[in-house]
Design a protein around this ligand. Sequence first.
Ligand code: SF4
Length: 478
Amino acid sequence: MSRTFVGWPAFPRAAAAATQDMQLRSNVTRATGTIRGKRAKLVTERPDWEDLRDSAAALKDEVLAHLDRYLLQAEEQVTAAGGTVHWARDAAEANRIVTELVRATGEREIVKVKSMLTEEIGLDNALEAAGISARETDLAAAIVQLGDDLPSHVVVPALHRNRGEIRDVFVREMGRHGRPAPQGLTDEPAQLAEAARLHLREKFLKAKVAVSGANFLVAETGTVVVVESEGNGRMCLTLADTLISVVGLEKAVPTWRDLEVFLQLLARNATGERMAPYTTTFTGVTPGDGPQRFHLVLVDNGRTRALADRVGRQALRCIRCGACMNICPVYERTGGHAYGSVYPGPIGAILNPLLKGPDDPQTASLPYASSLCGACNEVCPVRIRFTDVLLKLRHEVAEGDAKVKHPVEKAALDAVGAVMEHPAAWNAAVRAAGRVGPLMPRKRLPGPLRGWTDTRNVPEIPKESFRTWWKRTDGGTK
Ligand code: SF4
């Protein structure tokens, strides 16, 4: 079975371990720094960059407000073009549909092109349980799969690996899954790319069934759009007899004209390129050209739950460019695995709890995986206000199910809330704090408060409050 994030520790534990891994931190810092620099240069070339961001946010909001209409329009168009549309409420249903579709072809090995959604729903393991092997063909996703690893970034899933580590994975694993790595393979990028090309080419030419994700779904024509850098996606979308595209409900865009806005934003913001090297569009079935059977599986898996959240629904605007993780100081120190999801970084900190609900023990702490510096707000091409959503989700955790918070913390916060509501009580508490302040331990607080001082200094409590000082000195004049 492939590794998944199921059972992964919650962020505080996973991050504590990840921050100790100096190799990981160095790999992530180097990679995110490079992409950040390229992006910053490229976006300044566009005088209309901020207008494009406004348009993209407005278009996504329009789709989310009328999702039913656009999805039904897409279904009608796909069907008219000879494809079949399937609707999946959750991961189990999506996996069952895809597994049955592959089974019906009689194939035992299929190819996949990078789809975070299929990672989210655990499709590889569902297929494996049915005796079907799914091989990743996006280079970074293939590195992750060959290394029995997990993705750590939405655009560069193997960002946490350096060239030497990738070489070792190729030499060790390629031969077990097909064509082995060439003799004497070094960690030169050109050599690594050639080794991957030879290994994957064999898979493309053999596979009769391909599973893809999609960056966008154009509702007016039912067209699946895949944006990528290597051309492997195009091979998947065109060479197989049967194509199964597994797509989240939120990927719809109304028209081709609207798609243009997103295509201008995506590559610049994701990888610092003026345009993506390969943008492949696919509509239904064309006799004698490309896959002769096309299935579109539209997956909810928590998206309608997120849509119901008036503040949080903006997370569904995300076009997975990865810029928010490239700029995030928390992500830079922990890497992506600590988030326990295929969606790491700032978008993961809001999207995962929105998809799973506030009571999920693995994702409940994610809204706290942020310094609230707001750097992500500034780079998001669809203007997601991360800080608004993070604060809203933190509020839900604080007010929510007692299982996800410590009872002592709740009692302490309730007591502080009660005191703050009454000025006389508050002033008395401040005076008392000034008197006991010198007795406080300087390094670590005792008992259940110790956790708070694991990562913080104990603040020095002033002998008198500002108000008392103001009164005593007549505003600093005495
Ligand atoms: S949330 Fe915004 S910045 Fe982050 S991956 Fe999505 S579109 Fe990109």
